[in-house]
Each structure stands twice: as structure tokens, then as C-alpha cells.
Design a binder for this molecule. Structure first.
Ligand code: ZN
Length: 187
């Protein structure tokens, strides 16, 4: 057995025993089944709110960044995360909230964006790949963006209401296929 210098340095930075890795992997796997109560098409992993999973001697710590401060779903998500990891047999699980840096819709994975479209919700502008390099959040757009219809792909759409079924979504209508749909608002 050889110990690569890079592995030695990695161990020094993150003092985790190698035997903990299967526990971390099982916890991640369990987290993929925890759905956002407001957007049940997306798991907490698709949303990008799981920042880290750390195995400790006395349990598993899941580091979450809440989506919107004051979002009523946060407490529900916390409990679902704890329940799922405990059910996977790698607990006891505990959640640590990390509020900085703040979550943005750029953290939604490409897989998550695909799932949103399939669910009939127009994903927020931007993308998990590349978008995070650019500090576009500083720019506040005065006019709503052109939002693509998740059903037919037309950008000939109009906003009906700033709020859809939840505060994080807006209600739109497609002028091409006439179908209403929700848009996950970018923040
Ligand atoms: Zn359409």
C-alpha cells in the first residue's frame, strides 16, 4: 500500500477516517430522496442546499443552506433530512444551518433544471455550470425576464401574477400554447 502525498495533504485538511466514507455516501444517497415540500419535483440535492455531509464519531452532520430566509419549508426540510439519514441507518443525524454565502437559484443543478421543466415549471435563468463564475446577482433587472414555456418552449409568454402557488414562484401564461405555468423566480 502506498500513500500518495496528495492524499496525505487531503487527510490533514479534512480529518476524516476512511471508514467514514461509506457512511457519508449512504447519507448522500438518502438525501437524494428528500424532496422540497414546495417543489416536490426537486430533491434537496437538486436544489443545491446540501453544502456538506460530515461523519463524526457520534453521528452524521448535514450542513444546509436554507433557500429563502423565513421560508416556512425550511423546518420541514430540516426534519425530513434528519429522518431520511436516520432511516438509512447512518445516524444519529443532525443539521447545521449555514446562511452565508446565501443560496441562489444558480445552485439548482442541471439535473434539477431538467426535472423542473418536466414538472411543468420554467426553471430560473442561469445555470449550475458556469453561472457561478459571474456575479450577476448584483444586477437587478427592472423588467421580468423572457421566460420560456416549459411545455412548448415558446418565449411568447406573459406574467399573470408575481406569485404562484408559493412565494418562490410566479404565474405565467404561454401565448403560443395557451397553457398557464409557474416560473421558479431567480434570486
Ligand atoms: Zn407553451
Amino acid at each position: 500500500m502506498s500513500l500518495a502525498p496528495s492524499a496525505t495533504r487531503a487527510e490533514a485538511r479534512r480529518p476524516r477516517a476512511p471508514r467514514d466514507e461509506p457512511r457519508v455516501a449512504r447519507a448522500w444517497s438518502a438525501l437524494h430522496s428528500v424532496l422540497d415540500p414546495e417543489v416536490p419535483a426537486l430533491s434537496v440535492c437538486d436544489l443545491g442546499i446540501v453544502r456538506d455531509v460530515v461523519a463524526h464519531a457520534d453521528g452524521i452532520e448535514i450542513v444546509l443552506t436554507p433557500t429563502y430566509s423565513g421560508c416556512p419549508a425550511t423546518e420541514v426540510i430540516e426534519q425530513s433530512v434528519i429522518d431520511a439519514v436516520n432511516a438509512a441507518g447512518v445516524g444519529p443525524a443532525r443539521v447545521t444551518l449555514r446562511r452565508a454565502p446565501a443560496w441562489t437559484t444558480d445552485w439548482i443543478s442541471d439535473e434539477g433544471r431538467r426535472k423542473l421543466r418536466e414538472y411543468g415549471i420554467a426553471p430560473p435563468a442561469g445555470g449550475a455550470s458556469g453561472a457561478r463564475e459571474v456575479p450577476i446577482r448584483i444586477v437587478r433587472r427592472a423588467a421580468p425576464l423572457r421566460v420560456e414555456c416549459p411545455r412548448c418552449g415558446s418565449v411568447d409568454t406573459e406574467r399573470l401574477s408575481a406569485f404562484g402557488s408559493t412565494a418562490c414562484k410566479a404565474l405565467y401564461r404561454c401565448l403560443a400554447c395557451r397553457e398557464p405555468f409557474e416560473h421558479f423566480k431567480p434570486i
